[in-house]
Design a protein around this ligand. Structure first.
Ligand code: SF4
Ligand code: SF4
Ligand code: SF4
Length: 213
């Protein structure tokens, strides 16, 4: 016979943490540790700056004041840093997320029409080659930088490298994808956005209201 929900004993989260554990969590894709051939930014450098800002912000004290006992997994402020749009650590479902971006453009170097850029691109129609010139459709391109990496003649370069900045993503009872706060952001802009989000988060203001309220 099926048990009534109210009779089920609560199952403790395996990852409940002691009060002394950090009130935030930063996951970095493997580009920041073992390296990854897809990386267009170095997430480790950004991680250090983000950690500094989180420590200064008063976020830890704010969360500790509410959660005096063990900290449940879902109550931490979660950050994910991905070095390319493949977004392995899932920045789209974190409180704050970043993924690297690179905008490809043609250079003056002669193209051999090897078509490797077209073959490597996973977004159909994002790049084609006409009269020995690579042409990009920026409505389709996701700025992964793979075509620049594979081009053997230097006929493609990254005009700009930056970051997509996302915030407010979550799973749980009311899941939602993070909002895109900026594209091609530099480090200064990213930290400015994070500072603003932390301020709202600590004050409990929408749309970055902490999930425990
Ligand atoms: S997010 Fe990109 S760079 Fe990072 S591990 Fe995944 S594929 Fe590699
Ligand atoms: S940057 Fe990536 S998505 Fe854009 S054209 Fe090059 S390979 Fe395709
Ligand atoms: S742009 Fe580079 S990869 Fe693309 S066809 Fe020309 S030489 Fe090959």
């Amino acid at each position: 016979m099926q048990k009534k929900l109210s009779k089920l004993s609560p199952v403790p989260y395996e990852d409940d943490e002691e009060p002394s554990s950090p009130r935030y969590d930063i996951s970095i894709c493997k580009a920041g540790t073992t390296g990854c051939s897809h990386a267009v930014i170095n997430p480790q450098n950004i991680s250090d700056k983000i950690k500094e800002l989180l420590d200064e912000s008063g976020l830890g004290n704010h969360i500790s004041a509410i959660d005096k006992k063990k900290l449940l997994y879902h109550k931490k402020f979660r950050v994910a840093l991905a070095a390319c749009p493949n977004s392995c650590p899932q920045p789209q479902i974190k409180d704050f997320g970043v993924s690297g971006q690179a905008v490809p453009v043609a250079t003056d170097e002669p193209c051999s029409e090897c078509m490797q850029c077209v073959d490597v691109c996973k977004e159909e129609g994002a790049v084609c080659v006409k009269d020995a010139i690579p042409i990009f459709n920026y409505k389709i391109c996701v700025y992964c930088g793979d075509c620049e990496k594979i081009c053997p003649t230097g006929s493609i370069t990254n005009e700009r490298v930056g970051m997509r900045v996302m915030a407010g993503g979550r799973l749980g009872r009311h899941p939602r994808l993070a909002m895109i706060m900026d594209d091609m952001a530099d480090e200064g802009t990213l930290l400015e956005i994070l500072r603003d989000i932390l301020d709202k988060y600590i004050k409990g203001l929408p749309p970055f209201k902490p999930r425990r309220k």
